[in-house]
Write a protein that binds this ligand. Structure first.
Ligand code: HEM
Ligand SMILES: *[C@@H]1O[C@H](CO)[C@@H](O)[C@H](O)[C@H]1NC(C)=O
Length: 497
């Protein structure tokens, strides 16, 4: 409340000084902005869904809003997505700079990490290295698979202890996802109540609230207040502590590493720096430090929330769950563990996992893009430096792209012969050059986790739990409303003890 009033006052003041927001010529349509704060008053920031729905209906697939003084274009639907993110990728693959998140993640000016790096040489080099390293983990796929399976064993132990009892699986899946990424980054597994682990889970939770809340808006909108002792300083303090913790990890790795024998992402990066010698280009220890945070941040909530959606849908669709289990039992008969390669023999399970990702809609507005030059989209002109929000939900639910766009239905990914097919509109990881860098890891995690769990357990929606609510809690990453589930041990398990 205080924040809103403060915002309004400052806005009025600045209006007198600076004049009004204006839509550039040929810009996509949208509501009239108020000076400085733009269209913020039209949005309920806690849950802008209904307001945005209304605007999208009113103004069409490409429309604009002023988020504070910043002109922003929202794009909806396959056609606009393809034009912007694929055909004109170079124009649309920048990232907004100089916002609170940028300042939080990068401790040094030349070390922006990857997620928020602008479309430039540094980003290209770091991304290429990241993809290579995650794809092969620098050590071969098997190590990644083994790390994931080891973590799954721990999840299964905990689930075994909860057989018959109602439990909320949120903490469990968040810890597991965080552990898997930590394993890749630092080769470290943490107890589920370890201090390091709790620090980062808390860091992400607390600071996202600040970044996405009113104080984040104020920081981004009114640069002159940035040095004042306001609540966003708490976020900066937490990120500074996290920087120190990552630097400690880095110091330990440097002491214990054997060059050429990487154990994890840090070692791979240090090897790459050795290889480059004096010609390090964009590689630096500070950049590594930001990169680590990026991967940890981007890889935790996303996968955990997708798992929570998976269990929500499976426990409420027992026939679908059972059909997965039959396929799993058949393919894995006599084997100890599942491997990622088994996925080609499991078209139904694949269809279910993809349908979970489609309906989970985990990152609904992707990560914001920014135009790198004056350009055009669907006949509108969009100047350089315009924030672009790709609305992934709009494609994942688009009529005409799916057999059953508005309902959970694995048939969306199956042809008449029961084979797995992936429609073009399946893009929970976005498309184009900025597409999720962790897709490979995420898909491996989801597959191994879901198959292993369904092989061993049946997930049940408790009788007294009421009707499931499939509407997610809105956020940069969406998550299902908190729920409880029960697990039952399956009887027929061969080669799996
Ligand atoms: C189900 C899980 C996941 C989903 C749905 C997801 C989704 C996304 C989306 C929508 C983007 C934005 C793409 C764009 O800007 O157009 C993104 C970017 C990114 N993701 Fe993921 N992600 C997932 C898991 C992961 C994991 C496990 C990692 C880390 C290993 C990761 C690392 C990244 C990075 C580094 C970027 C930035 C790429 C760039 O800017 O070039 N993600 N992800
Ligand atoms: C994104 O698309 C969905 C589905 O079409 C719609 O409900 C939502 O309002 C859109 N969001 C924005 C920001 O336009």
């Amino acid at each position: 409340m205080f924040a809103s009033v403060a915002l309004l006052l400052v806005a009025v003041l600045l209006f007198l000084v600076l004049g009004r927001n204006r839509r550039p010529k040929g810009f996509p349509p949208g509501p009239e902005p108020i000076p400085i704060i733009g269209n913020l008053l039209e949005l309920n920031l806690e849950n802008p869904i209904a307001d945005l729905n209304r605007l999208a209906k009113q103004y069409g697939n490409v429309y604009s809003l002023f988020i504070g003084p910043r002109p922003t274009v929202i794009i909806n639907g396959m056609q606009a997505f393809k034009e912007a993110l694929v055909n004109k990728a170079a124009d649309f693959s920048g990232r907004p700079q100089n916002l609170m998140v940028n300042h939080l993640i990068q401790m040094k000016a030349d070390a922006p990490g990857v997620v928020l790096a602008d479309y430039n040489h540094l980003w290209r080099e770091q991304r290429r290295f990241g993809l290579m390293t995650l794809r092969n983990f620098g050590l071969g796929k098997q190590l990644m698979e083994r790390s994931i399976l080891a973590e799954i064993q721990r999840v299964m132990k905990i689930l075994e202890q909860s057989v018959g009892k109602a439990m909320n699986p949120k903490q469990l899946f968040h810890s597991a996802a965080s552990n898997i990424i930590c394993q890749v980054l630092f080769a470290k597994q943490f107890g589920y109540d370890d201090e390091f682990m709790k620090f980062f889970v808390n860091l992400f939770r607390e600071t996202s609230k600040i970044i996405n809340g009113r104080w984040g808006m104020i920081y981004d909108t009114i640069p002159i207040v940035r040095n004042l002792p306001l609540p966003f300083n708490k976020a900066f303090k937490m990120f500074r502590t996290s920087y120190e913790k990552r630097m400690e990890m880095l110091a330990v790795s440097k002491k214990t590493r054997v060059p050429g024998k990487p154990r994890h992402f840090i070692d791979c990066y240090l090897d790459e720096m050795d290889k480059r010698g004096d010609d390090a280009s964009s590689f630096s220890e500070d950049q590594l430090c930001s990169f680590l945070l990026d991967l940890h941040f981007a890889g935790t909530d996303t996968t955990a929330n997708t798992m929570l959606s998976a269990i929500l849908y499976l426990s409420n669709n027992p026939q679908i769950q059972e059909r997965c289990q039959q396929e799993i039992d058949q393919v894995l008969e006599g084997k100890d563990d599942v491997s990622f390669e088994c996925r080609d023999q499991m078209p139904y399970v694949q269809a279910v996992i993809h349908e979970v990702q489609r309906t989970a809609d985990t990152v609904p507005l992707s990560v914001f893009h920014c135009t790198t030059k004056d350009t055009e989209l669907m006949g509108y002109s969009i100047p350089r430096g315009t924030v672009v929000i790709p609305n992934l939900s709009s494609v994942l639910n688009e009529e005409g792209q799916w057999k059953s766009p508005h309902k959970f239905n694995p048939e969306n990914f199956l042809n008449e012969k029961g084979e797995f097919v992936k429609p073009e509109a399946f893009m929970p990881f976005s498309i184009g050059p900025r597409m999720c860098l962790g897709e490979g890891l995420a898909r491996m995690e989801l597959f191994l986790m879901i198959v292993s769990l369904l092989r061993r357990f049946t997930f049940i929606w408790p009788e007294d739990a009421g009707e499931p609510d499939y509407n997610p809690v809105f956020g940069a990453t969406q998550t299902p409303k908190p729920y409880t589930m029960k697990v039952q041990l399956r009887k027929t398990i061969k080669g799996n003890n």
